[in-house]
Write a protein that binds this ligand. Structure first.
Ligand SMILES: NC(=O)c1ccc[n+]([C@@H]2O[C@H](COP(=O)([O-])OP(=O)(O)OC[C@H]3O[C@@H](n4cnc5c(N)ncnc54)[C@H](OP(=O)(O)O)[C@@H]3O)[C@@H](O)[C@H]2O)c1
Length: 427
């Protein structure tokens, strides 16, 4: 591959620190940068957890690249990292502070030794899966089963809420050219996760005309799941908590939506030995099931796209069809997932855990974005100082439908390339 740029080998010209949006010469790396950090003593709700600091710019090691971050997506990972629950990220990576952010769009600014496929100046989006790259699972197996598998920006530091982020070279994918920086930074984590949930667990893969129950239809994962279903010719039935969110799901291509507030069958499975109480519970679950049947014409859903967890799991596993799959990637409302085992074994249902995606899956999924068949669902753009506020909205489930993003160095809004950002900002 030909290098299209002159890469300075002497960085003595670099300023010690650049202001957000003041773009350094390509390939010139300053010593320090602005980063939104989490420290152990600040663990708590987002407004307490995040603070701006000036920290050293990480240097890329072998097989790594340094990305100049234009925009960074807001995900629940940042909420968990701030809370320090269920784990403090510092307990995992042992650094003094944590830079969260597991979604980014930006420009490769420096490459470490041994990086051949990517070069300084490449405009990229970043997926968040890190693996060893050397084990049998990384080479012909299933990289998500690599023993060193980590989520960048959560289990590792050097995430995207900073001017520069250090990532493994295998994490970068081409930025879809038509997207603005803000759009490009907001979708990959939830999109690739949803893709694997729906396509990664054979033989229960999405097929035309299937019915899929999508929890949190207007949330990050849900907006992507609905669009994937639509692109496949399948029927997404979204579950939401308001009419406004339901209408958003319909615009995305859901076949119908149900408002969970109209039903009362949530929470852990009740005591199965309390015959009276259990009968009443099943009746309430069936009322929700009947509402689904009204959409499907009387058949059970083929796949339940799960992530709320404790509050919804018993219902999901009861309502999925014989031989169908409940696929889940989280337990946002609690990890104590319960279900009535009788319905799962007698009806031979599959309960499948799922976690992010391999690079192969992220790349496969990205092609539909490049083809403009899947939209990023960008909702609100926050300035860098808005990291805590954006996560606070998410923590309180008050965020708008779709995906929020932080404009890190993309301070000029609506640009689709580094050249455009530089021209508009000057420098
Ligand atoms: N393992 C992975 O690879 C992976 C990847 C991405 C995300 N996740 C996890 O998945 C979870 C969701 O992520 P997200 O980005 O989609 O978050 P999000 O944008 O906040 O969406 C979650 C949705 O869940 C719904 N919800 C909230 N409380 C609920 C309840 N009690 N019952 C049913 N639904 C409820 C909300 O919709 P309504 O209020 O409208 O119902 C909300 O829109 C998070 O815990 C995140 O960490 C895991």
């Amino acid at each position: 591959m030909v290098h299209a740029v002159e890469i300075p080998d002497d960085e003595s010209d670099a300023a010690a620190l650049y202001e957000l949006g003041d773009i350094p010469p390509l390939g010139v790396v300053p010593d320090t940068m602005y980063a939104m950090t989490i420290r152990r003593e600040r663990h708590g709700e987002p407004l307490q957890a995040f603070a701006t600091e000036v920290v050293n710019v990480p240097r890329p090691g072998p097989g790594e690249v340094l990305v100049y971050v234009m925009s960074a997506g807001v995900n629940y990972n940042g909420v968990w990292a701030g809370l320090g629950k269920p784990l403090s990220p510092m307990d995992i990576h042992k650094q003094d502070y944590h830079v969260a952010g597991s979604d980014a769009a930006g420009v490769i600014w420096k490459v470490g030794s041994g990086v051949r496929r990517f070069k300084v100046g490449d405009e990229v989006v970043v997926h968040c899966n890190q693996t060893c790259g050397q084990c049998h699972n990384c080479n012909g197996g299933e990289p998500m089963l690599c023993r060193d598998q980590r989520i960048w920006g959560y289990e590792t530091t050097d995430g995207s809420f900073a001017q520069f982020a250090r990532v493994q070279a295998q994490q970068v994918l081409p930025k879809p050219r038509h997207l603005t920086w803000e759009q490009a930074g907001c979708y990959m984590l939830v999109y690739a996760t949803a893709w694997r949930m729906l396509y990664g667990h054979t033989p229960h893969t999405l097929k035309p005309a299937m019915n899929v129950l999508v929890w949190g239809g207007s949330g990050g994962l849900g907006t992507m799941a609905i669009q994937i279903c639509k692109a496949a010719g399948a029927n997404a039935i979204a579950v939401v908590s308001s009419k406004e969110k339901g209408e958003y799901c319909m615009e995305l291509g859901a076949k119908a939506y149900l408002n969970r507030k109209d039903f009362d069958c949530w929470g852990p499975l009740p005591d199965t030995t309390d015959a009276e109480g259990y009968r009443s519970y099943v009746k309430r679950v069936r009322r929700f099931g009947k509402a689904i049947w009204e959409v499907t014409g009387g058949v059970d859903v083929d796949i339940v796209f799960e992530h709320p967890g404790e509050q919804t799991f018993p219902v999901s596993s009861y309502l999925v069809r014989r031989g169908g799959m409940v696929v889940f990637c989280a337990g946002t409302t609690g990890y104590n997932l319960t279900f009535d085992a009788r319905y799962v074994w007698m009806r031979q249902k599959r309960i499948q855990g799922s976690h992010f995606a391999s690079k192969y899956e992220a790349d496969e999924a990205n092609h539909l974005v490049m083809d403009e068949k899947i939209h990023t669902g960008l909702s609100v753009v926050f300035p860098f100082e808005g990291v805590a506020e954006a996560h606070d909205l998410m923590f309180r489930n008050r965020h708008p439908p779709g995906n929020m993003v932080i404009a890190v160095n993309a301070v000029e809004r609506g640009c689709t390339s580094l050249a455009e950002s530089r021209a508009r900002h000057g420098g």
